[in-house]
Structures are given as C-alpha cells and as structure tokens.
Design a protein around this ligand. Structure first.
Ligand SMILES: [Zn+2]
Length: 367
C-alpha cells in the first residue's frame, strides 16, 4: 500500500466514523480511529478546505476551552445510479452519501439502435443532471450501472445481457472517458449483496438471490464480495435444477433454473388463463425449484443469511412454504442452526445503495 492509499484509507476511516457520529471533536475522533491527533487534525483541515467537512465551534466556555464539532458534508457528494434491466427502459437515480435518494426517473430505450446511441443518451442525461440547479451545491463523484448480464473484468466488456446492444461493449471505460468520472458496471445481484452487507454488518457470509429478467447470485464471503476468474461470480442461471423437459432459450440446454425463477417464469403465476388448480400446481413447482436451488447454494457457500429480491419474487410469500419444505428436507442442519432467509421487497433501492457504496468506496476526497 503506498502513501496515497494509506492517506485515503485514513480519510475514509475518519469519514466513516464521522458519518455515524456527527458533531464529535478532533480529540474524540482521534480516540475512535486509533490515528494520531496530528494525522486527524491535518486530514480534517485538508477536508475542510476541500468542502468535505464542516467545523463548528462549541460555545461552552465553562470547561475553559473552545473545541470544534466536525460534520461530514455527505449531502454535497452525489452518485448517479443506473439500473439497466431488460430492453425497454432503464432507471436512473441520484443519491448523496448520507445516503438519500434525491432524484429518480425512467428512461425509454425501446427505440435505441446501437451502443453508441445508448452511450450518448447516458452522457446527455448525466450532463443535464450536473447542470440541474438542485445539484449545484455539491459535486458528482461517480456513476454505477447495474446490468442483468456479467461484466467480464478480464476482457473489460459486458456479456450475457438481455439488452443485446450492450454485449461486447466496454461500457464502464467508454462512459468514464466521456464524462471524466469513475464508472462502475456490475450485475445487479453484486450491488445487492454489497448493500445487504452494509445494512447487516454482523453477517460476514451472505447470499443475495436476485430474480428479474435473469436469475443471478451475489455472494459476500468473509466480508468481501466474492469474485472468480475475470471477475465472474457464482453464475447460477443455467444450473440444471429446473424442468428437464424445457429447453433454455439462452444456452440451448435443457432444465436451466432461470427458466422457472426469472421474471418470465414466475410471472406465469399471474396469468389470467390459469385455473385455481393450475395456479396451485405452478406455485408448488416454483417453490420447489427455489427450494432445490437454495439447498444447493446453502450447502456450497454455508451462508449466515440469505436475501431474496427482484421483481421475479413479488409472489415470494406464496412460494415460500413449498421452498422451505425442500430446504428443510435437504439442509435441516443449517436451518436449525438459525439460517435466516429474508425477502427483500425493494431491491431497486438496494441496487442503488449498493452502487452508491461502490462509488463512495472508490472516492478519494482529497484528490
Ligand atoms: Zn440455459
């Protein structure tokens, strides 16, 4: 680790503590961060000059001195969050580091013909946000884009997105070069896993199963986001735990679990053509598919908690009993050991907070 990295890590340690304990003094910050007083004092002064911190005098002369309270100006720094799922539109939001969502909209991309056109649209959108009066008091720090494919970090390109024009494109590099801001591209489930870990810091081993236009898994292992070769993670969509008679339209094999548990498979439950009995049978089938998948993932990763989110699982409550029947049968020791399984009804928010966290993590406030 070089001097710049150490300085940045110390800055993040100070800001992290200050974010949770606004208004403390340099002396208290020194004790809490285990840094020297001169390091804390110098870094705080630099951050004050950069507009990252605010210092206010405490008017308490009874103690014979006049210390200052410090505040992290987290509402002055913004992340742009884009969520590209499917082929018709993407969602964009702006979050500050407090973290609060300040803006959201939906952008139609149904008529977009190629990647250059999409990049230009994203560039114009970011430029108009940067010019907007409501964001003039602060600064944009970075952009994160959640996709339903995989970002191949070795080849620096997207693969397997349901939006064909994105495949083969180094989206992060191209957009970053146009906007002169750091840009991160990752699959939605990874952003969700990072966010779940932030919300539940006691869990060091988390699985986040995300079902929308595709089926994906984000894994936190030993407190860190798990990544395999070239940045690929646990790619579960084409595991053969589905109906062996159904041919997968993506890979051409039979029995891929994504056909049952992504939005196209799960939305059949709300088909008006289904009879009551047909719906009941389909619920059981989907529940058991989910149960088989969760059993295998639990055995492989031995998580402390599992989160399930995404639009595909809006009927989670109805399929859960059938899923749990299978999980209990196959992984009873894990369940009786207290493995919690949570449904996350607002995974859009979780994706955005995960993106905001990725942008914050790479931010060097004193650069
Ligand atoms: Zn497949």
């Amino acid at each position: 680790m070089n001097i710049i990295d150490i300085k940045c890590e110390n800055v993040k340690r100070i800001l992290g503590y200050l974010g949770r304990h606004p208004g403390i003094t340099k002396r208290a910050l020194t004790e809490a961060t285990n840094l020297s007083f001169s390091t804390v004092s110098n870094l705080c002064n630099d951050m004050k000059d950069a507009g990252v911190l605010k210092e206010e005098k405490i008017n308490d002369y009874s103690v014979g001195r006049n210390p200052s309270q410090l505040f992290f100006m987290a509402d002055r720094f913004y992340a742009i969050c884009m969520d590209v799922q499917g082929t018709q539109f993407f969602r964009v939001a702006v979050w500050d580091f407090s973290p609060q969502r300040l803006y959201e909209s939906r952008v139609d991309i149904g008529g977009i013909r190629d990647a250059q056109e999409l990049l230009s649209l994203m560039e114009e959108l970011c430029a108009s946000l940067a010019a907007s009066p409501e964001f003039q008091k602060g600064a944009f720090v970075g952009i994160g884009i959640s996709i339903d494919g995989i970002y191949d970090q070795g080849m620096k390109k997207i693969v397997g997105s349901s939006l064909p024009l994105l495949n083969g494109i180094p989206l992060a590099e191209l957009l970053s070069a146009r906007l002169k801001l750091p840009c991160f591209v990752d699959k939605a489930s990874n952003f969700c896993a990072v966010s779940a870990r932030q919300l539940h810091p006691d869990y060091n081993n988390i699985l986040y199963l995300y079902g929308a236009s595709t089926l994906d898994l984000g894994v936190i292992c030993g407190g860190e986001l798990f990544r395999g070769h070239r940045g690929f993670t646990a790619e579960i969509a084409h595991l053969p735990f589905g109906n062996p008679e159904i041919r997968c339209p993506v890979c051409g094999n039979y029995g891929c679990i994504e056909n049952e548990l992504s939005l196209s498979g799960m939305s059949r439950l709300s088909s008006p053509e289904l009879t009551e009995e047909g719906r009941s049978m389909l619920l059981q089938d989907r529940g058991r598919c989910l149960g088989r998948l969760l059993s295998v993932l639990t055995s492989l990763f031995v998580p402390e908690a599992i989160f399930i989110g995404g639009s595909a699982f809006s009927c989670y409550d109805a399929v859960l009993p059938y899923a749990m029947e299978v999980v209990r049968q196959r992984c009873d020791s894990h369940l009786s050991g207290g493995l919690p399984i949570f449904h996350d009804p607002d995974s859009r928010r979780v994706i955005e907070t995960g993106i905001t966290q990725a942008v914050y993590a790479s931010w060097n406030p004193l650069k």
